[in-house]
Ligand binder design. Structure first.
Ligand code: PRP
Length: 208
């Protein structure tokens, strides 16, 4: 599982504890998703390409590095939407392309219902955003879509994953790193991560 990166940062883990807590209301839940996303993207972007530049300081000129990679954020609707603002804190110039996938509650298979991608990739790196990776079906399908579209450098940023889903995803896409706050051991018969945090979309949007 060398492509699986779990953040052990104390602030991530502290906020994850609050996020898991069933007493956390939707407003706080959204705030925590945003904050955790900001920290995870910081850790997930250490290999972005920069280019040399020179900037004027009040006292002279300084050599500097500027981000050269163009970044696209691909939130998986619905719950991935909650991560966009947090990632934008770090990457305000990132484009956002939406993919809609809903998991069929009976078959647990992802059903695609929306895709808003340009004809060909306009970015160098795609960051797929979805707080939950359960069976791994949705994350795998989202990356399948991006690869068919022509994306070459893809990373997945999630918050809580289940081990079976991580194994399925890394088998399908061994080139795509996963950046997560936790990997839980189990899925229940309804395909929910145990202990997990419940349904992130429902907790975020106050539904369910
Ligand atoms: C949840 C979650 C992922 C998916 C994970 O979304 O946000 O997209 O399920 O499950 P999987 O790994 O088994 O595919 P859901 O389909 O419930 O839609 P929602 O975000 O609209 O609630």
């Amino acid at each position: 599982m060398s492509q699986v990166h779990i953040s052990h940062h104390p602030l991530v883990q502290h906020k994850l504890a609050l996020l898991r807590d069933e007493r956390t209301d939707p407003k706080k839940f959204r705030e925590l998703v945003r904050e955790i996303s900001t920290m995870l993207v910081y850790e997930a972007t250490t290999d972005l390409v920069t280019e040399s530049a020179t900037v004027p300081t009040p006292l002279g000129r300084s050599a500097a590095q500027r981000l050269a990679d163009r970044i696209g954020l691909v939130p998986v609707l619905r719950a991935g939407l909650g991560m966009v603002e947090g990632v934008w804190q770090m990457l305000p110039g990132a484009e956002v392309w939406h993919i809609g996938l809903a998991r069929d509650e009976r078959t647990l298979q992802p059903v695609a219902y929306y895709s808003r991608l340009p004809i060909r990739p306009t970015v160098d790196v795609c960051l797929v955003l979805d707080p939950m990776l359960a069976t791994g079906g949705s994350a795998t399908a989202a990356v399948d879509t991006l690869k068919k579209w022509g994306a070459e450098r893809i990373k997945f940023i999630g918050i809580v994953a289940a081990r079976p889903g991580v194994e399925r995803f890394t088998a399908a896409h061994p080139d795509v790193p996963l950046h997560l706050a936790a990997v839980d051991e189990q899925l229940n018969e309804a395909g929910l991560i145990v202990p997990g945090l419940g349904d992130a979309g429902d907790r975020m949007f106050g539904t369910g």
